[in-house]
Design a protein around this ligand. Structure first.
Ligand SMILES: C[S@@+](CC[C@H](N)C(=O)[O-])C[C@H]1O[C@@H](n2cnc3c(N)ncnc32)[C@H](O)[C@@H]1O
Length: 232
């Protein structure tokens, strides 16, 4: 049985990929890349394009719908897990690539659960990646936490009440998936006087990167899915 690797490819800048990730990506037989929309390119795959040897390696782009509807998600997870397991059982090593880190709000976590449950003997290795949070803080030269400070990470989809209480309780609040709740978040940041303490970062590490600290620019911006905020 071959090994299944979950490889974090970092936020989108090839130079932010680990040497271990590069070695494994060059060596595996199959690379499985997630996309949420079939008409969109996989960001993870785009990041590692130059490592791929299409003559030798099989590249599979698998669609995972961007929804919280479990009746659509579970079949996509199950199908991807079965595909990964069948390659590995036939002796072909597989790398599931993921933006940032594979154990940090990644689709791989769901696949991992299924693989462990249904194919418990399958060897699995995780290659950590630089998460979007670290890359965003580095771009803005913004210390995330120091000394006794505490930081909380909230997918904004958790709701505005969670964000409100996090802002009251923690020195640093990181908001992921800000797009669907953007207007409410902007309103909350105004109400709680965080205008001078908010960083907005979109597509960090890519040629489309945007780093905004001016609150009027942040408020006027229309974010895309790959956007986060760090509020001190
Ligand atoms: C499903 S989570 C994936 C997190 C990823 N595994 C990581 O370690 O960064 C997706 C969210 O991460 C954030 N994100 C991921 N990549 C990003 C990037 N290149 N620039 C800004 N935010 C990013 C966005 O908030 C996005 O909605």
């Amino acid at each position: 049985m071959a090994t299944v690797f979950a490889v974090g490819v970092g936020p989108g800048d090839l130079e932010l990929l680990t040497r271990k990730a590069e070695r494994i990506l060059r060596s595996v037989d199959v690379i499985l890349a997630p996309v949420s929309n079939p008409s969109e390119a996989s960001v993870a795959l785009g990041t590692i394009r130059e490592f791929i040897d299409e003559e030798r390696q099989e590249i599979i782009v698998h669609q995972f719908p961007m929804t919280s509807d479990k009746t659509r998600l579970i079949p996509a997870w199950q199908e991807a897990a079965a595909l990964i397991a069948s390659h590995a059982q036939e002796g072909r090593s597989v790398a599931f690539i993921t933006i940032g880190d594979p154990l940090f709000y990644s689709t791989f976590i769901y696949l991992l659960r299924i693989l462990r449950e249904q194919w418990p003997l399958l060897p699995i290795e995780i290659i950590p990646g630089i998460s979007s949070i670290n890359a965003a803080a580095a771009e803005a030269i913004l210390p995330l936490v120091e000394g006794d400070e505490r930081m909380v990470v909230i997918p904004a989809t958790a709701g505005i009440n969670q964000i409100t209480s996090a802002l009251a309780d923690y020195e640093t609040v990181v908001l992921l998936k800000v797009k669907p709740l953007y207007a409410e978040i902007i309103e909350l940041l105004r109400k709680t006087g965080r205008e001078q303490r908010t960083l907005f970062v979109e597509r960090v590490g890519s040629s489309r990167q945007k780093v905004l600290t001016d609150f009027s620019e942040i408020a006027a911006h229309t974010p895309d899915y790959l956007s986060l905020m760090i509020i001190k």
